[in-house]
Design a protein around this ligand. Structure first.
Ligand code: HEM
Length: 508
């Protein structure tokens, strides 16, 4: 029990003891009434029982009993900070989104996270890092809900709950189990590229400041003429990318398992504000077919497409209240603004539903009225009521159409027209190319980068007791790159001939 305190750096303790804005205000009940005694309950005489009429005591206990809300089903462990985004390039030929008009400064809230751990779990787990940005634009909120890596494990939202179940702690023991995770991955070869990124040194950033970010999916940019370009977004850290070597992770957790939060907040408090540049890659709809893979498959990067810098993000404020900012923040890939629309990426399409849905459960129907989520522009529509509503809406014309007070709707903000074709179907995508980019990425690594990847990945593969799953995994990595697969096979004391035979049977 004493361990978290033992590792808490002195500076963090001092900061947490510093006076808050409320420190000098007199103590009150939630109703605002002054409290006379906050140390002694009201009792029936000196030795009698405590009285139910002590409303301050009852209220205090009731409020305490209700302090927890459900943690996020994934990305429960997080750290948030406020800042701003400065647009720097004229891309009005691509998008009419006001956030990208050159010189525009947009306030932001950013939440970094790990994916699988519980709310208090160590921050240095081998896990992707969430990189979620809420832009409070003059046209409403835009959430870019990305991660530190450019690709993802799977490509269809229908697999996401299974992917999470296999990677979260076991339903029996409550402890994460590589056997379950690699059982899923052995039957999901599309994860080979992401696993290669995840087990590299860059896949284990040594701080939130030292990692890049990506929205992963393609989105659509729509310009004032209604023309569509597909776009991918990527953040590049001005602090550089630095990661842990496999052997450093356990030691770092032992020293301070809140390292990522302490590092970020320490830097911001010292005025060393972290910055990321935002880059885009764009393609016309006609150019989507130019790759050997499906351009809307989120397990792939767009190779050979030039990047353009369009702005810079700066984080400069630690929130005053962890719960009301970081815990109650709610990001959703569906929260877009005119000029930015979703692509047909099958994962993204599922995400468009899932986030607002979980947030209505986690925070309540009116979660967008919580200050950290509230747009900085007026909200004006006919949605009403629900738990904890405080929209302040007035007027009895709460419907449309109406001859009175109908709200203005500007046709320029209609969604872009999108050509569609085909019949309804349930089929895997064409050109899955499950192993292509894992090999390409492996070959970009330095020799020490390759050695670190082999050490980290073989360390986890070694725990896989199911022979068929282990050989399936090894065959995927061999198919990606023969050297990669051979070294993993040796490091896990497995049989190369068996791996080669299994790899030969795989389709590209
Ligand atoms: C179909 C696939 C996916 C589903 C159904 C899904 C679902 C969820 C859910 C339910 C949450 C919790 C949200 C909350 O409680 O506020 C979440 C959080 C998050 N997801 Fe996903 N997710 C998917 C894929 C992805 C992908 C591909 C990425 C990265 C590109 C991603 C990045 C994140 C991030 C960064 C958060 C944390 C946001 C925050 O800080 O509050 N997810 N996801």
């Amino acid at each position: 029990m004493s361990r978290p305190f033992a590792v808490l750096p002195i500076c963090a303790l001092v900061a947490s003891l510093s006076a808050s804005a409320f420190a000098d205000a007199p103590l009150t009940r939630d109703s605002g009434a002054p409290v006379g005694d906050n140390q002694n309950s009201q009792t029936a005489g000196a030795d009698g029982p405590v009285l139910l009429q002590d409303a301050h005591l009852i209220e205090k206990l009731q409020r305490f009993d209700r302090e927890r809300i459900p943690e996020r089903v994934v990305h429960a462990r997080g750290t948030g900070a406020f800042g701003q985004f400065q647009a720097s390039a004229d891309i009005s030929n691509l998008t009419r989104a006001q956030v990208f008009q050159p010189g525009t400064q947009t306030p932001v809230f950013v939440r970094f996270s790990t994916v699988m751990g519980y709310r208090g779990s160590p921050e240095q787990a081998r896990d992707p890092r969430g990189f979620a940005v809420k832009f409070y634009t003059q046209q409403g909120n835009w959430d870019m809900v990305g991660i530190n890596l450019p690709v993802f494990f799977i490509r269809d939202a229908i697999k996401f709950p299974d992917f999470v179940h296999a990677n979260k702690p076991s339903a029996v023991t409550g402890v994460q189990d590589p056997n379950l995770a690699f059982d899923f991955f052995a039957h999901s070869p599309e994860a080979t590229n992401m696993l290669t990124h995840l087990y590299s040194v860059q896949g284990m950033p040594d701080s939130y400041r030292h990692m890049d970010g990506s929205a992963v999916h393609a989105f659509k940019f729509v310009n004032a003429q209604g023309q569509v370009h597909y776009v991918k977004f990527a953040w590049k850290s001005q602090q550089g990318v630095k990661g842990f070597e496999p052997g450093q992770i356990a030691e770092s957790i032992g020293k301070d398992w809140n390292l990522m939060s302490n590092d970020l907040y320490g830097a911001i408090k010292q005025g060393d504000y972290p910055k990321w540049d935002l880059y885009i890659q764009t393609l016309t709809p006609g150019e989507l077919g130019r790759f050997a893979f499906n351009a809307l498959d989120d397990t792939k990067v767009w190779t050979g497409v030039p990047e353009q810098k369009v702005g810079t993000l700066t984080l400069n404020k630690v929130p005053d209240n962890y719960f009301e900012s970081t815990e109650e923040s709610a990001f959703a890939p569906s929260r877009l603004v005119p000029g930015i629309e979703p692509s047909e990426d099958r994962m993204l399409q599922g995400r468009l539903f899932a986030y607002a849905d979980t947030q209505m459960y986690r925070l309540g129907a009116n979660y967008q009225q919580i200050p950290v989520n509230r747009p900085r522009v007026a909200v004006s529509n006919n949605s009403q009521d629900g738990a904890m509503n405080e929209s302040g809406r007035s007027g009895d014309v709460n419907y449309e159409p109406s001859g009175h007070a109908e709200k203005a709707q500007d046709p320029q903000y209609k969604y872009a027209n999108t050509p569609i074709s085909g019949v309804t179907q349930q089929m895997a995508i064409k050109r899955p190319a499950n192993f292509l980019q894992a090999g390409e990425y492996y070959r970009t690594l330095s020799s020490s980068g390759k050695a670190s990847l082999i050490e980290a990945l073989s360390g986890d593969l070694d725990h896989v007791t199911d022979r068929a799953n282990k050989y399936a995994m090894l065959s995927y990595f061999y198919k990606a790159d023969a050297d990669y697969g051979t070294r993993l096979t040796k490091a896990t004391h497995s049989d190369l001939g068996t791996v080669q035979t299994a790899a030969k049977a795989l389709q590209d």
